[in-house]
Design a protein around this ligand. Structure first.
Ligand SMILES: Nc1ncnc2c1ncn2[C@@H]1O[C@H](COP(=O)(O)OP(=O)(O)OP(=O)(O)O)[C@@H](O)[C@H]1O
Ligand SMILES: [K+]
Ligand SMILES: [Mg+2]
Length: 685
């Protein structure tokens, strides 16, 4: 995980940039995108005018310096707007810092383009087009995103993943994808470029972490609408207060009305909203996951169902051959020989380890010239070889082999089922081996459930997420592993298209579905899922279909990403509750103080016992401003939560942030009042 990524909330550099950003974002054209803060800015401009022409709107003052009062309100409003901009700039700054380190990787490098006549031509990496084929050898930088079409090499991807251990990339299979900017450490690769210039993975990643391509998410838009409605309501309240004041013999000054308005509109959440969203994406990036949009991160928070692969996700995935069991009276040597024969060219972990075990047991079978190898596919669930003499040797899922043998007129030995069940009962994968129409026996493939899985699924269950394990394995193995890992459900003998069916079924019940995938096979399912997390090592098709990519290619990462999404939603909900509760509390703090002199009965409501109306208003306004930077750390880090159902989380947070939101301003405003009242008294307020 992001070991070399900066974990500090704000570095001096980010702080510096954010201060500059706070001012440049004051541009009204930019502020308008955030209507709540725009109202603050308009208020600031009006009070500025009133600082120059105090009598502009016919305000009168009884004994106090009206101009000075307007100046003070104007300054506090200005600072409020700056604080909100600062929050957003800090969040953006963290992304920009990451983008800067990525950009270092993005320099133009030389590339060796292979021409059709077989010769090489040196070009710049920026000139490479989709479909070009390049040669890259040890020590050279891979000039663009692509797929390996020949060769096998170890690649240092630390430039983008921060992970220093090199990874193997090879043609075919699920580890054929390479990213521009990474370096080949040993051997060579022939690569077909898969991205157009300027639209590489790195380009898109930089744009995303910089926030350049950030769009408001549907939830943000909905919340914004709510905030705007509240703002309009409070504007109306303030406008009607003026005649009410006149009627009861108080002439409220324009600055007071503006101050009151700003205190009442939801500036806290208005100022922190985009920072919360950016921070959510940033937190995902820190886990070395690139989210293609804020919407994707947010969807994580709504996930109800998580679909996980068994092999490689729940288990280690390097299924190792552990033993050979002959059936139907076949000789063990024959079983081992055939298992080895059909694994000679099988590059899967299953194939490699079968061959290895066979060799350990003394097998010496060699490739016969003219043999035709049939590689494994998830569709057929078997692999094998057709020998020059026409003999067909296969290994694969037992039901697939049984069908294969039956078609050739063979019989299924009576003791096969028993052996298969025995292996499956241990959570292992049985691979049945046949030579033409004769079943010889079973290979026992062992795989282990990763440690800590039970706890992780338990956590997910508590937050109301259902986990379903998908596997191409037989039902018994699936059931055993599912039980051991503690998933809620499983689908056995699952083909790629079954995954899409499963996703669609869940979605038709109104569920939000998350899944991970690596191969091209997974691309349609990744696209269908609400949250699709592709492995960086996977094929380009899978990466393009997904809305998130894990640079570390760790399929279990989906568990963390979903929790980050949940945390984003909880943080936003909590701070919205806090903000609105705050505003209501301020109402009760200021109104009695304002009307106290004219309507002494209101004195009963003045429970806070604030010194003077001026002190009350300015204390509330100051509190309103400083609460924004005080909440930046919470907005960025996210509200801590314990795994429990959404309903419980909501109730708990309503209590903490709602009640807290009502109490905090009472305490805060009172303290500020105690501090500023003597100062105000000095200048005649
Ligand atoms: N190299 C192989 N040769 C022949 N058969 C294989 C090979 N690898 C796997 N199989 C068989 O095909 C089945 C399906 O494999 P597949 O990789 O699609 O799913 P899986 O690895 O069991 O599950 P998951 O979906 O979690 O990866 C396996 O259960 C096994 O019986
Ligand atoms: K407010
Ligand atoms: Mg598999």
């Amino acid at each position: 995980m992001s070991k070399n990524r900066n974990q500090k909330l704000v570095t001096p550099e980010i702080f510096h940039q954010a201060v500059i950003g706070s001012f440049t974002k004051l541009n009204p054209r930019y502020m308008m995108k955030n209507p709540v803060m725009f109202v603050v800015e308009v208020g600031c401009i009006i009070t500025l005018l009133l600082s120059i022409f105090p009598g502009l709107f016919g305000d009168v003052s009884a004994g106090t310096n009206l101009r000075l009062y307007n100046v003070i309100v104007c300054i506090i409003l200005f600072i409020t707007a700056l604080f909100a901009n600062f929050a957003e700039s800090v969040a953006e700054g963290r992304g920009k810092a990451q983008a800067a380190s990525l950009k270092k990787t993005q320099k133009d490098t030389k590339a060796r383009l292979l021409l059709e006549n077989g010769t090489e031509k040196e070009v710049l990496s920026s000139q490479l087009k989709k479909g070009d084929v390049v040669m890259v050898s040890a020590g050279e930088i891979i000039p663009g995103d692509g797929e390996v079409i020949e060769g096998i090499a170890s690649v240092d991807e630390s430039a983008i993943t921060g992970e220093s251990a090199p990874v193997v990339r090879e043609s075919g299979g699920d580890f054929c994808s390479v990213t521009g900017g990474t370096t080949i450490v040993s051997d060579w690769l022939k690569i077909r470029i898969t991205s157009e210039p300027g639209n590489s993975f790195l380009d898109r990643m930089i744009a995303l972490v910089e926030g350049a391509s950030r769009k408001k998410t549907p939830n943000e838009i909905a919340l914004n609408t709510l905030l705007v409605s509240l703002t309009i309501i409070f504007l109306i309240v303030i406008v009607t207060l003026y005649p009410i004041g006149l009627y009861s013999g108080v002439q409220l000054q324009t600055s007071t009305l503006i101050a009151l308005c700003v205190c009442l509109i939801p500036t806290t959440i208005g100022g922190l909203l985009s920072a919360i969203g950016i921070a959510g994406m940033d937190r995902v990036t820190r886990f070395n996951v690139i989210a293609m949009s804020g919407k994707a991160v947010e969807a994580c928070g709504d996930v109800d169902t998580m679909i996980l692969d068994k092999t490689g996700t729940i288990t280690y995935g390097n299924r190792l051959a552990a033993d050979f069991f002959p059936v139907g009276g076949a000789k063990r040597e024959d079983l081992i020989r055939c298992a080895a024969l059909c694994s000679l060219k099988d590059e899967t972990p299953e194939g490699k380890s079968t061959l290895e075990l066979a060799r350990q047991l003394g097998d010496k079978s060699k490739e016969l010239s003219g043999s035709e190898f049939i590689s494994f596919s998830a569709q057929t669930r078997m692999s094998g070889v057709d020998l020059p003499d026409g003999t067909k040797v296969r290994k694969g899922a037992s039901d697939a082999i049984e069908e294969f043998v039956s078609k050739l007129g063979g019989k299924v030995p009576s003791d096969l089922r028993e052996k298969v069940s025995e292996i499956a009962g241990l959570g292992g994968t049985p691979l049945t081996v046949c030579e033409n129409n004769k079943i010889l026996g079973v290979i026992y493939l062992k795989d282990t459930v990763k440690p800590g899985m039970v706890e992780r699924f338990e956590r997910l269950r508590k937050i109301g997420i259902k986990t379903i394990m998908c596997t191409g394995d037989n039902a018994l193995t699936a059931a055993t592993i599912a039980k051991e890992a503690g998933v809620d459900g499983f689908v056995a003998e699952c083909k790629p298209e079954d995954k899409i069916k499963l996703i669609k079924k869940e979605q038709s019940e109104g569920k939000i579905v998350a899944m991970t995938g690596d191969g091209t096979n997974d691309a349609p399912a990744l696209a269908q899922a609400n949250v699709g997390l592709a492995m960086n090592s996977g094929t380009t098709a899978a990466k393009e279909a997904a809305n998130m990519v894990d640079l570390d290619s760790d399929p279990t990462k989906i568990l963390e990403v979903v929790e980050i999404g949940k945390q984003l939603l909880i943080t936003r909900g909590s701070l919205t509750t806090f903000s609105i509760a705050n505003d209501i509390a301020k109402y009760f703090a200021i109104i009695p103080a304002m009307f106290m002199t004219a309507i002494p009965e209101l004195g009963v409501l003045n429970i806070m016992n604030l010194a003077t109306p001026y002190s009350a208003i300015l204390s509330a306004l100051i509190f309103n401003a400083i609460i924004i930077p005080c909440l930046i750390p919470l907005a960025m880090k996210g509200v801590k939560y314990r795994p429990m159902s959404s309903g419980k989380i909501l109730a708990r947070n309503m209590l903490i942030f709602g009640v807290g939101g009502i109490i905090t301003p009472f305490v805060g405003i009172k303290i500020i009042d105690l501090i500023i009242h003597p100062l105000l008294a000095l200048i005649g307020f």
